[in-house]
Write a protein that binds this ligand. Structure first.
Ligand SMILES: *Cc1c(COP(=O)(O)O)cnc(C)c1O
Length: 385
């Protein structure tokens, strides 16, 4: 059996090696390292793929989120609601801009932000909601857009884990994740579903004015060379990363289908297991089917409900099966983000998830033998007395 890896970027590289190597060597010959033709071409290709009017590439997914908030003109003291159960980058940029983060609980089955919890957290100071499409499945965007409209709030989608997923609305229509709110951010960190070979990120929006504002912000607040109209940042995608992304973008749907296929096999194997809860796909699809594009499985995350999660992690690590706990500590309990206004009872779901979740190896190169080995080992261990 091939050695099991949490992500297998080396195996994936073999399939795009010729294109990546020749594009990179062309860049080295041309010296167009920043904002070269590869970046422009990638931007256009991603706009076409997402069916969105504007893609603004930038340096990473954390910058992308920060720039979204700067572009919307959010001001210190404005409250921004986001999920307690996500990667820290989401709350970090809110705090960094001296906005007020308001963390709220998530749903126990999808791990995505709870609509009830958002509604309860809205105050006259609330200016924006940041849903995170956690582990590759969209948050409940119907309800979030309704709430935003009712309360006149911005919606910033953190799409770092969801690129390529579609959200199916109640009326049956579908839209790509990251094209539903007012603006969205994504990350091209190597292990993301569309990852480059370094750092990278992008912002998406259909709003022409906001896109214009953001194009200046990413470039030192310049709209005309050496005229700095607003305080900006320096956040660029370099040409070499754009070349890698151009090689991968045409394969993104097939990469995501491979992830879904692995997820389906995992879930089949864990069916009827008393102590193992498989991830739930919602959004128009009852099971995990091949044709459904509602979940792109950035992570495949189980809940182990009999208290053996930590022991299982140890057991897998001792037996050549990498795994991860995303995320082990609720954001509201992190030193940097504690706030006396938080009431522990309001985070009951996140507090339980951090004890139960385990993410299994998930990438485009997993084979049946590996999946069989992983699932058998987990089932045996979890049921052992
Ligand atoms: C990866 C990630 C980010 C940050 O992306 P970087 O490119 O690493 O800065 C933000 N939010 C979520 C949910 C992520 O998973």
């Amino acid at each position: 059996m091939k050695k099991i890896q949490m992500v297998d970027l080396g195996g994936q590289y073999q399939g795009i090696k010729d294109q990546v190597n020749s594009s990179i060597s062309n860049i080295l010959e041309s010296s167009a390292f920043i904002n070269g033709p590869e970046v422009q071409a990638f931007q256009k290709e991603l706009e076409d793929y997402l069916e969105v009017k504007h893609v603004i590439p930038c340096a990473n997914g954390t910058d992308a989120l920060q720039i979204c908030m700067m572009g919307l003109g959010l001001k210190p003291g404005d409250e921004v609601i986001t999920a307690d159960f996500t990667f820290a980058a989401t709350v970090e940029v809110i705090a960094l801009l001296q906005l007020t983060p308001v963390l709220v609980d998530v749903e126990p089955d999808t791990f995505n932000i709870s609509i009830d919890a958002i509604e309860k957290a809205i105050t006259p100071k609330t200016k924006a909601i940041v849903p995170v499409h956690l582990f590759g499945q969209c948050a409940d965007m119907d309800a979030i857009m309704d709430l935003a409209k009712k309360h006149n709030l911005f919606v910033i989608e953190d799409n770092a884990q969801g690129i390529g997923a579609k959200h199916r609305f109640k009326d049956g229509t579908k839209k790509m994740s990251g094209t539903i709110g007012h603006v969205a951010s994504t990350s091209f960190f190597p292990s993301k579903n569309l990852g480059c070979y370094g750092d990278g990120g992008a912002i998406f929006t259909n709003d022409d004015d906001l896109a214009h504002t953001i194009r200046g912000i990413v470039n030192h607040g310049m709209y005309k060379r050496y005229h700095h109209d607003v305080v900006g940042v320096n956040s660029r995608l370099d040409s070499i990363q754009a070349a890698v992304l151009r090689a991968k973008l045409p394969k993104l749907n097939s990469y995501n289908a491979k992830r879904r296929n692995a997820a389906r096999k995992y879930s089949e194997a864990f069916k009827n297991q008393e102590h193992i809860v498989v991830p739930k796909t919602v959004n128009g699809c009852d099971g995990i089917c091949d044709t459904c594009d509602c979940h792109v499985f950035h992570q495949y995350t189980l809940k182990i409900t009999n208290g053996k999660r930590d022991a299982l992690v140890q057991h897998l690590n001792n037996n050549g099966v990498p795994c991860g706990v995303y995320y082990p500590i609720p954001l509201h309990s992190q030193k940097a983000y504690v706030d006396e206004r938080y009431i522990e009872a309001n985070f009951a779901v996140t507090n339980q998830l951090v004890e139960e979740v385990i993410s299994l190896p998930m990438h485009t190169e997993l084979d049946d033998e590996q999946i069989g080995y992983i699932t058998a080992m987990i089932i045996e261990f979890v049921n052992k007395q």
